[in-house]
Design a protein around this ligand. Structure first.
Ligand SMILES: [Zn+2]
Length: 337
């Protein structure tokens, strides 16, 4: 059973005094692991590299085999933040705003998922298709901000949010319904499999158009609505499925389907012209001990790095978020300005 919280809010992760003991324990474990692995033989590549965990026999590349090559417990980022190696557990890889979900990378359904009702939380600048549309809190905030600005700059009140979070059972229903109407092959081609829909995450939403005369129309992101598709990254949303990426995403042009990834990453995805499948790979070039990704966007400046596995360097202080990629590792997004 999903948990629908009426007033769930965004959760930032901050390292406070209570975390220091945990931090010290993790440091001790990592140090012991490094000692235990000393003298095991071949040189291990640095943690966070492409082959970090390949031969180490250790977890996630967190400890090298040679004491001198073991990753330090503390590193300093390009912008001067002191960071400590922490293991967040495997579940963290499957959670967060950057998780990739598609027909080959299924969503890991959690016991509880924080969702809010669009019907209850929406502002007056748009419509919602019913009382049963739910989103993750961060996606809800982004939607409200984007559509308030859309109407403020002259857009009409005609956007209708028709889909948000979907359960596994509902996606199965949609798949079966399509197979019944159009055949199994058609369903496999056009409908995400249960577990493979980005809507499971609560970070995806679909729009259509609702006219004041009661008629509705497909949302195609053109005309006055082009403003939304051209500016959505400034609110943390991306147009997830574009025609020129269909061979990578497996989904044809869907100008009505938006995905929340946060403002810095949405900005960088648009700047680099990458879909989420490509972006997850792109982020692997930026590790805590290697070069970091620096992003400038409307909400400020950010420093970003990736680590394979569940152990990652986290800033000792300051504002940052951690997200899994739902494939093999974690991404830290640290506000630096
Ligand atoms: Zn959709």
């Amino acid at each position: 059973m999903r948990q629908y919280n009426g007033r769930g809010r965004r959760r930032g992760i901050y390292v406070g005094p209570g975390a220091v003991l945990l931090l010290l324990a993790v440091v001790a474990v990592v140090a012991l692991a490094a000692l235990a692995l000393r003298g095991c033989g071949a040189e291990a590549p640095p943690a966070g590299g492409d082959d970090a965990a390949a031969d180490s026999g250790g977890q996630d590349g967190a400890a090298g085999q040679d004491g001198e090559d073991a990753p330090p417990e503390v590193v300093t980022t390009a912008s001067g933040a002191s960071c400590t190696l922490m293991d967040l557990g495997e579940e963290a890889i499957y959670t967060g705003e950057l998780i990739l979900v598609n027909n080959s990378t299924f969503f890991h359904f959690p016991e509880n998922q924080e969702l809010v009702s669009v019907y209850e939380e929406k502002n007056d600048s748009y419509y919602v298709g019913g009382t049963n549309v739910y989103l993750a809190p961060a996606a809800m905030d982004a939607l409200n901000a984007m559509l308030a600005d859309f109407t403020a700059q002259g857009g009409s009140k005609s956007v209708n949010v028709v889909a948000g979070h979907r359960t596994e059972e509902f996606q199965q229903h949609l798949f079966d319904q399509s197979a019944e109407r159009n055949g199994l092959e058609h369903a496999r081609q056009y409908v995400a499999q249960p577990g493979g829909s980005e809507h499971h995450t609560g970070y995806a939403l679909d729009l259509n158009i609702y006219h004041s005369d009661g008629t509705s129309a497909e949302y195609d992101g053109t005309g006055e609505y082009a403003w939304i598709n051209e500016n959505c990254q400034n609110y943390g949303l991306v147009v997830r499925y574009a025609t020129d990426k269909a061979d990578i995403t497996g989904i044809a042009d869907e100008p009505w389907h938006f995905r929340y990834v946060g403002i810095p990453h949405a900005t960088q995805m648009v700047k680099e012209g990458l879909c989420l499948e490509e972006y997850i790979d792109y982020l692997k070039d930026f590790t805590a001990q290697g070069k970091h990704l620096m992003i400038q966007c409307v909400s400020g400046a950010y420093e970003v790095w990736y680590a394979e596995g569940s152990a990652i360097y986290l800033p000792d202080s300051g504002e940052y978020t951690v997200s899994g990629n739902n494939v093999d590792g974690l991404i830290v997004t640290c506000k630096v300005g």
